[in-house]
Write a protein that binds this ligand. Sequence first.
Ligand SMILES: *Cc1c(COP(=O)(O)O)cnc(C)c1O
Length: 433
Amino acid sequence: MNFRSTRGQAPVLGLGAALAAGLAPDGGLYVPESLPELGIRDFDGCDTLATVAARLLRPFFADDSLAKELDSICRDALDLDAPLRPVGERTWLVELFHGPTAAFKDFGARFLAACLARLRRCGDTPVTVLVATSGDTGAAVAAAFHGRPGFRVTILYPDGRVSPRQAHQLGCFGGNVEALRVAGSFDDCQALAKRALNDTQLKSTTPLTSANSISLGRLLPQMSYYASSALQHWRAHGRPLNFVVPTGNLGNALACIVARAIGLPIGEIALATNANRVLPEFFAGGDYAPRASLATLANAMDVGAPSNFERLRWLYPEAPALRQAFRAESIDDDEIREVIRASRERYGTLVCPHTATALRLLERLRAGGESKEWAVAATAHPAKFDGVIEPLVGSAIEVPSALATLLARPSHSEPVTADYATLRDRLASSRVS
Ligand SMILES: *Cc1c(COP(=O)(O)O)cnc(C)c1O
């Protein structure tokens, strides 16, 4: 299969090249030239996340040199649990936080790393994976590439704008991973990363690649947990499963949307945002009006210009059809706090602030009489956000062992200004072996 840019001004590429490129040279995002159609029977015998993923992704890998590696990529990267946990009547959480860094970003980062490692040839110049993060992406990418020969990771994160445990995680890898805490916002970090990734002169001596939510290498594997939970539900009940996805850059949600478009038994899809209202306003009939982001308790969703919106427009070029296909609602910090305070009693479990937005959206739907079966994507483990949650619930959160291991390591990050020349010098002068 070939992949083209959403802006249509760049050459089409095979899968491996599109994965390695990140953003297309015309500034667009890579999308498949056509979508495969798969039926439920195509997944007969696929009963783990890795086997569902391998079946689902086979058409996307067709004709590429990576095709023969697909099974091994899925086995290595997607050997992660994503259980459907019942939390009430006709309501489940699909828990996406059982990976090494306790957020759903592990699925995409591990898959991308497994692909890029297999695309490398002996003697290739080492590649720097440059990633701007509002918290969870950086740690997932660091964990996925840590210790891999031929790769170096440079993380840019906004100083003081990520939770203390997120900050600790970002700095605790060392080795081929360097964490830079930027005096600025996430938007500043993203602007720095974009500038470097578009700097052809720098890239001629220092190969760079990105791992942000626009990467095809994240979109593809993220479909697998929606596919696998929807299939599990279908096999048990014979009905499609509906999903609420907490949304920032639309990366995770887009995976759910594409999985439905391919033919998986997914019913409605609802998008929950925090107080950043660009999508809800669009879905309510307004113009698409990207703007600066607001800081909220669900910090990994503090996005004012959702970077995957172009992929949504690729799937639904006509705005009225797009507005028909989903709903999107905004949840403010007061509502997030209310859900977190009540979550143990209401759902039998604590939830992170991002998951809380999605649960609140479902609560609104239920209050309006909605009676279908819904799963809420639980995107991070609550222990990553102890600073928000513990004061609200008045007790300590148990830390999962993978996270505890990372938190026990020493952590180091370098302070930097939001200045491109400094970053450029730093990238150009470091060398990996
Ligand atoms: C990144 C992230 C999100 C938002 O995901 P997008 O793909 O940007 O929409 C939600 N929750 C958590 C915990 C995250 O880390």
